[in-house]
Design a protein. Sequence first.
Length: 474
Amino acid sequence: MIVDILEIKDRILELENIFPNVFSVGGIENDLSNNPFTHYLVYLKDNKILGFINYYDIYDRIEIANFNVLDEYQNKGIGNKLLKRVVELSTNKENITLEVRCDNEKAIHLYEKYGFIKKATRKNYYNGVDGILMELELGIMEDIYVLGIESSCDETSFSIVKNGVLEIATVISSQIDIHKDYGGVVPEIASRAHAKNITFVIEELLEKAKMTMDDIDMVAVANGPGLIGSLLVGLEAAKTIAWLYNKPLIPVHHIAGHIYANNLVKRLEFPLLCLVISGGHTELIFMDKDYSFKKLGGTLDDAVGECYDKVGKVLGVEYPAGPKIDKMAKEGTHRYQLPLPLNDDSYNFSFSGLKSAVINLVHNEEQRGNVINKEDLATSFQETVVDILAKKTVHAIVNYNVKNLILAGGVSANSGIRSRMEDICKSRNINFTCPEIKYCTDNAAMIAAAGYYAYLDGRRADFTLNGQSSMELK
Ligand code: KG4
Ligand code: ZN
């Protein structure tokens, strides 16, 4: 575990005693109180201090001043972790510099692994031994352009995103108009429409981005979960482009994409909790770093978006019903009593009971000859949904002690859910992020953003990559 020395202030003397060749007694305290730029990160294992890194954060650059790991704990990756943390903390800086003894090959190699290069030699810098000035240029780190492809349901979408954060261009071709006559997505029609649209979408994207396939560094594709026939169309396009232009192929889980839609708004901060709410998913996910997902719980039956769409059917609202019910909910009052589904201490959800309760309520009122006030029912339904999502989310926030909450998936466009979550975070001093409304529902910008971090995580696929209708997020 890496901690800032300020979090374990009472152990400064201990740190000085462990590294007597580096510090004099009282030196760290002196440094901390006189130098506003100084920072110390300490590596702890089983509460024992094993190493530290001391650096200066000087406006637009970082200078590593001291870096040491106890002799008996060397070669165990501790130095690696400390250095990696400083590099991670320096993403908005111009460069990181440090001095190293010219005969310390091991350290030089470690720095080179992280992209440091030798800039200059300082003669006799270390009492007769030369020092080498090394620098990691952050400002000129090569840009990576990811082509993202999304076709898992009824949107054919392509996008180009730079370095996982900057959207260059996106094209989304939606099939909503085709499917709304059927009251939902018809898989066979969806895959045919993808096949028909896909080449036009690619052409339009390249035109919009003013780029060619040669400018792309890699291809990221959502290979599941989703409708298999639809997934395969995007997947074949991805493989063809990767093969033709000799680019790495990166598989992306559709929900990882939804989560990384937030990264296009604001760089994710960890640890975070994500409430995933879409047409096919309702889950609470914990992340302690990029591309690492821990599912805390999920729906036992219907997803929340699915519930919106089914409730929409009984209210006579056209597919997809979510946005329209959301609008109606703003105009009504919470008058109908509905059960709070799976109101327990787990992180799981259940929405089929709520859906049935709404259907039964409508039928009972109709049989009694009463007219349903659709706006009031929409409000009652939406508030019930918001209540249960909020309750479980707060429970996870408290138990996992997170300071960052994000929303993901099509239903995160919902105004009631967004404003309740925002209030919860404000009152608890927690950072809250949700995707831009246009990127709440399916799109390829989110796949390209996630693809960048999947790539950094070492994920690659070959041409045997297949689509999967259901697939665990890991
Ligand atoms: O994420 P998405 O595009 O597809 C899946 O991956 O499942 O989510 C689509 C779902 C639909 O069920 C739609 O009704 C719902 O998102 N939705 C909303 C809102 N906007 C879209 N649900 C509630 N309120 C909204 N404003
Ligand atoms: Zn989706």
